[in-house]
Write a protein that binds this ligand. Structure first.
Ligand SMILES: [Zn+2]
Length: 315
């Protein structure tokens, strides 16, 4: 069996949140359990919002919690902002095998053409194909979209099982390259997972549907897709993802407000084992320094089989 390789892929667009730390912890634990390694990859394709200061801070915070990640090449971490040439090459390989097209529609255009007002991911499913046959130039004024057709795609997820989904049920014409030239999330993540030979993708369950598209892109690029382990996401009592909420629950804030590293780690452990009283009891018996090892020894994919965990309710 090949060596286990995982990755944690934060966007350096703000201070690290407890939701990101939870994800980093699970990625790190899975790698430890398999005697493998995990990389950190910076999802900084959004050049206007990314900041090196947040990157340094994120790495520093993870290290304080004992979460060490492997460097990629030349002792450095992979950064999406430096990988445009590889994404471009992948885009041309994809274009040889299936249909991609330039699209100048705004969000508003797509909403107007669709039947119902939709936002975000739902908007992605309602693209009516407006620009598909317009043969617009592939320049910075246009987004590059992938035209999806019926394709049965298999996704193997250690937490959620094996699923066969039809690509067209979830995606119509996802954006591979954005207007202005920034790369889309889906192509970047797949090209990088191939480059780093990732064997298991561990990330939030909010990306579960995307795995169908990702496996299709792996196929188009002639690569074997990884297996997945989509874990629950931490939410507030209104159900909003903590990682997306700004201005609160940054890990550094929690530390500066008097919570210790050990207390935060213990609470993350209680979030993981919330549905298993025996483990919660066991957790009470061990010293702070042993919490990380306790999680490594006892966490299984069964503990991750939930969509969300309300952080406030974890005491
Ligand atoms: Zn269009």
């Amino acid at each position: 069996m090949s060596q286990y390789i995982g990755r944690f892929a934060p966007s350096p667009t703000g201070p690290i949140h407890i939701g990101n730390l939870f994800s980093a912890l699970i990625v790190w634990v899975r790698a430890k359990q398999h005697n493998g390694r995990a990389y950190i990859r910076l999802e900084d394709v959004d050049r206007h919002r990314s900041d090196d200061h947040f990157l340094d801070e994120t790495l520093k915070t993870l290290r304080r919690f004992g979460l060490e990640f492997s460097a990629w090449e030349d002792d450095k971490h992979m950064r999406q902002s430096t990988r445009g040439v590889f994404y471009e090459e992948a885009l041309s390989r994809i274009s040889l095998q299936t249909e991609i097209f330039a699209c100048v529609c705004s969000r508003k255009d797509i909403r107007m053409a669709g039947a119902a007002p939709q936002l975000g991911d739902a908007l992605q499913k309602s693209y009516p194909g407006t620009c598909r046959h317009r043969q617009l130039p592939h320049d910075k004024q246009a987004a590059i979209r992938l035209w999806c057709t019926k394709h049965e795609i298999e996704v193997i997820d250690r937490v959620w099982g094996q699923k066969n989904t039809n690509l067209i049920d979830n995606f119509v014409a996802p954006v591979l390259k954005r207007k202005g030239g920034d790369w889309g999330y889906h192509i970047a993540v797949v090209v990088d997972d191939i480059a780093q030979s990732i064997t298991e993708v561990v990330r939030g369950v909010d990306l579960l549907e995307s795995a169908t598209l990702h496996n299709y892109l792996f196929q188009l690029l002639g690569a074997v897709p990884p297996v997945y382990a989509h874990h629950p996401v931490l939410v507030d009592c209104h159900g909003e993802r903590l990682a997306k909420r700004k201005g609160s629950l940054s890990v550094e804030d929690m530390l500066s407000h008097g919570q210790t590293l050990g207390q935060i780690l213990r609470r993350l452990a209680r979030a993981i084992f919330a549905e298993e009283p025996k483990r919660i009891e066991g957790l009470k018996m061990i010293a702070e320094a042993d919490v990380l090892q306790y999680i490594v020894s006892h966490m299984t994919v069964r503990h991750l089989n939930r969509e969300c965990i309300v952080w406030e309710s974890v005491e």
